[in-house]
Design a protein around this ligand. Structure first.
Ligand code: 5AD
Length: 449
């Protein structure tokens, strides 16, 4: 009997933003093209990829402790390769290889398309560091594994030029680069043909998109994408407040299939702090933009990011942030304690805030937001909404989905479970701060092309 080697397996762990999620799908796709299959068990893998995030120090620490756990598997699998990918990879480069002797390679976010080549080089003995931001990049839309996804993610812009004083992203994802409109449209068409009902456009400052060498901007791109036949739901993250123009606001108001949900990071409600962060807008300008968007789209839900305890933040500054969340009534907030990052300007600012002060402010903010969210969600009870099915619930007979305004819904499936990524109609029965419960009313026919 001839010996057959079982197929090789890979395991990818992903932290951080949607960009990283998509990069993981790209890496999975490349491996599957080589006949290497995914596994859910890291112990069973021959290749482990850790797609890391370095936005805050904690995220960075996590990936190193995970490498520490996984390197032990090498004792019983001499062929196992472990790669550090993502933003910590870009930030650490060579340092990661000297810090962790068992680490096989380091692959930065702008080099994701080179995974197959890096693996081949490793197999011939080299400990590869592939970081930096080459002019020519490999991006193969056919080598993206979208299995098990309910939405199709499409990159619009890579990198960021904003240089906010707290943020490491310009260092880890490099200078901003827009993809040509023709590439974006053909990828979206491809995903619609595949059957995705929801498309999510990605960029660190997605609304700063410009046609390379041309004059079209994000408003034109929205028009072009939203009018593609068969596109049911269009979302985009993350918008930069200062880059929103009246033409973009108009597009959001005009196209029904653009979701009435926007993530619009404010970071702080206090002008002196916004200035120190280098955000380029004032509290009044942010609130004015919110008012324009809400006027264009009365059903609009907004979420935001907030940093508390930024250097120089006084109690009074924090109060301005607290009042801002009361005024806007966001459907969700993502709030964090300030974390000093290497290579950024903010660690050099005076007025560093004590950790216990920042923790207490964060707790107060979350407590207030909890009541706002509960109140907003209660207002949805009794309403009928279309949800995109995102997965299975923890309880038997339950599935989960997202409303057009991106709220999480748990619903009873009824006799037939609903397919991942399809749209079904539900009636909201009850509401809590972070989720809604609903009853399924029946499937909605997909829009015909
Ligand atoms: N410390 C804390 N939070 C940060 N963010 C970015 N950099 C930092 C930092 N140094 C937050 C911002 C951003 C979100 C993705 O992470 O709120 O919008």
């Amino acid at each position: 009997m001839s010996e057959t080697r079982s197929p090789r397996r890979f395991y990818i762990e992903t932290w951080g933003c949607q960009m990283n999620e998509l990069d993981s799908q790209r890496m999975a796709g490349q491996l599957m093209q080589q006949g290497i299959l995914p596994t859910r068990e890291p112990e069973a893998a021959d290749i482990i990829l850790l797609n890391s995030c370095s936005i805050r120090e904690k995220a960075e620490q996590k990936v190193y402790s995970r490498i520490g756990e996984y390197r032990r598997f090498k004792q019983h699998n001499a062929d196992l390769l472990i790669g550090l990918c993502g933003c910590v990879a870009q930030q650490e480069g060579e340092r990661a290889l000297s810090r962790v002797p068992d680490l096989d390679f380091v692959l930065g976010p702008a080099r994701v398309g080179e995974l197959a080549d890096v693996l081949a080089r490793r197999r011939s003995g080299e400990r590869v560091v592939a970081t930096g931001f080459p002019e020519a990049r490999q991006y193969d839309i056919d080598a993206i594994s979208r299995q098990g996804e309910y939405k199709g993610m499409v990159t619009l812009i890579e990198g960021c030029n904003k240089n906010c004083t707290f943020c490491i992203v310009p260092k880890t994802r490099g200078p901003e680069r827009s993809r040509p409109l023709a590439d974006v449209l053909s990828e979206v068409r491809h995903l619609l043909d595949y059957g995705f009902q929801e498309i999510e456009l990605l960029g660190q400052t997605v609304n700063h998109w410009r046609e390379p060498g041309g004059t079209l901007d994000f408003a034109d791109l929205l028009e072009a994408v939203a009018t593609l036949p068969g596109l049911r739901r269009l979302r985009f993250v993350t918008s930069y407040p200062r880059d929103f123009t009246p033409r973009m606001v108009e597009q959001v108001g005009k196209h029904e299939n653009i979701c009435p949900y926007l993530h619009l990071p404010v970071q702080s409600g206090s002008d002196p702090i916004l200035r120190r962060m280098g955000r380029g807008y004032t509290r009044a300008q942010y609130l004015d933009l919110v008012a324009q968007l809400q006027a264009a789209r009365p059903d609009l839900a907004l979420s935001t990011d907030i940093i508390v305890g930024f250097p120089g933040e006084s109690e009074e500054d924090f109060q301005r942030t607290y009042e801002l969340i009361e005024e806007v009534r966001f459907s969700a907030i993502f709030a964090f304690k300030y974390s000093p990052r290497p290579g950024t300007a903010a660690p050099r600012l005076d007025g560093q805030v004590y950790d216990d002060v920042a923790s207490e402010r964060l707790q107060r903010l979350f407590a207030r937001q909890e009541t706002i969210q509960e109140d907003l969600n209660q207002g949805l009870v009794g309403k009928e909404l279309d949800v995109v099915v995102t997965g299975w619930g923890r309880e038997a007979g339950m599935q989960t989905g997202r409303t057009p305004c991106h709220r999480i819904v748990h619903f009873a499936t009824g006799p037939e479970p609903v397919e991942l990524g399809s749209v079904t109609r539900v009636r909201i029965d009850s509401a809590r701060a972070h989720s809604l419960k609903a009853e399924r009313l029946g499937a909605v026919a997909a829009l015909s092309a």
